[in-house]
Design a binder for this molecule. Structure first.
Ligand code: HEC
Length: 397
């Protein structure tokens, strides 16, 4: 089923073991991020299988070495500049980062640089390279990028900083307000996936508040009793409904409260298990980075158990009204709306249809046996290029 659906999920590899759960993990190699010029060519290996480290290491002995510098010149310099100063020949509304000044707001460890290169940055011109560079190449270019920055200062590792390394993590506690006139949440949690995304939820009535990318969290005390809120370290890529989202679920047209029943590790991400009021409906929600071509974003998936067969609706938390774009070859139906900060928000529904409760746009689940996917991509603009990337139409000659 690997190629059935058109989303290039960053965690395809890690998720493989939990396919039994019914998750689709998929690949799309039809559209590549812009891959600008230089001709004295880097060794391009189109292996996109996401090799596990052992095989990547084994290949080292059999194929030629990968030069991070050449890969950088071929794939990155047009935006980041040949010297990494952020002034490439491509003129961007949102300029590329200068690595020389150490401006790494998504973290300057090899791990975090590698994750950004793999997934891209939603809502910016920074594309993901999962489909065009293999893991070994991404690592080589990450090392090169790190070397362009100022020397890393070795500090005593601050023991209150939690990092996500090879396993996803979750932390519970008080959450600070997400804006000047926003509430704080005494009961909240933040999950961090191995793809570099972190997810902030209030848990009294489970609602996604924000999605971040970069480092995970810092907390001021470990016993969790001092009342200091958790400090998320990632950069916001999405503030849901301006930090004060409405209900996550509706049943038979009425909002229904969602109670946290627990969290568990699923592959590279955390699953949030919740029970909706006294309806007997259980929902397990996971979130992963997703990309289609150069468009980056995330994929929320919901596995629902609905013994009473009630009509469930999942809030899409859209800020604009959704215009249909079309359905891609994998059965994902795409909608476009105006997102936060002047971005174009692209919403893909799989195994769900668009509906409405009052004036709230919702997803109405299809086959309850299958997971429902709600994919969000944030694009700086909407042109025929983005449209083709989404729908997989070949560019006309
Ligand atoms: C089409 C232009 C473009 C290309 C090509 C591109 N980038 Fe970027 N990149 C950007 C922009 C723009 C940002 C800043 C996004 C933001 O945060 O606003 C960025 C940000 C980054 C960051 C995050 C820095 C931070 O703040 O932590 C890294 C790392 C990065 N790029 C690496 C690369 C690498 C490596 C390549 C090539 C494999 C590459 N980029 C190719 C435009 C590009």
């Amino acid at each position: 089923m690997g190629k059935e659906l058109g989303i290039n999920l960053v965690c395809t590899l890690v998720l493989a073991p939990i396919m039994a759960f019914g998750i689709f993990a998929v690949s799309w190699w039809g559209t590549a991020p812009p891959r600008p010029v230089p001709t004295e060519v880097a060794p391009q290996n189109h292996n996109t299988t996401g090799d596990p480290p052992e095989t990547a290491a084994a290949k080292l002995t059999t194929s030629r070495p990968v030069s991070g510098r050449l890969l950088f010149l071929a794939n990155c310099a047009s935006c980041h500049g040949a010297d990494g100063s952020g002034t490439g020949e491509m003129v961007l509304d949102r300029p590329a980062r200068s690595f020389k000044q150490g401006g790494f707001s998504f973290g300057n460890t090899i791990e975090s640089i590698d994750r950004v290169i793999t997934s891209g940055i939603p809502g910016t011109p920074m594309p993901g390279f999962k489909a065009t560079l293999d893991p070994r190449e991404r690592l080589a270019v990450a090392r090169y990028v790190q070397s362009l920055g100022p020397p890393l200062v070795e500090v005593d590792p601050d023991d209150t900083i939690m990092r996500v390394t090879d396993r996803p993590r979750v932390i519970r506690g008080e959450l600070s307000p997400l804006g000047p006139d926003r509430p704080s949440h005494v009961r909240g949690l933040i999950t961090g996936g191995t793809d570099g995304l972190s997810w902030e939820y209030r848990t009294d009535d489970v609602r996604l508040l924000a999605v971040r990318q970069g480092e995970f969290v810092k907390r001021r005390n470990w016993d969790g009793r001092s009342g200091d809120p958790i400090q998320p370290l990632g950069r916001l890529i999405r503030l849901v409904d301006d930090g004060a989202p409405g209900p996550s679920f509706y049943m038979n047209g009425k909002p229904v409260a969602s109670h946290l029943s627990g969290t568990s590790v699923m592959g590279g991400t955390m699953a949030i298990r919740q029970r909706l009021g006294d309806t007997g409906i259980d929902v397990t929600e996971t979130g992963l980075a997703a990309s289609v071509g150069a468009l980056a974003g995330y994929d929320r998936r919901f596995q629902v158990t609905n013994p009473g067969g009630n009509q469930l609706a999942i809030n899409l938390n859209l800020s604009g009204s959704p215009e249909p774009i079309g359905t891609d070859g994998n059965g994902i139906t795409w909608y476009r709306s105006s997102g936060p900060g002047g971005l174009v928000e692209l919403t893909g529904l799989h195994n769900a249809t668009l509906g409405q409760v009052g004036d709230v746009a919702v997803a109405l689940p299809g086959n309850v046996e299958e997971p429902i996917n709600i994919i969000t991509l944030l694009a700086p603009e909407w042109t025929p290029v983005e449209r083709r990337a989404l729908l997989g139409e070949e560019p006309s000659a």
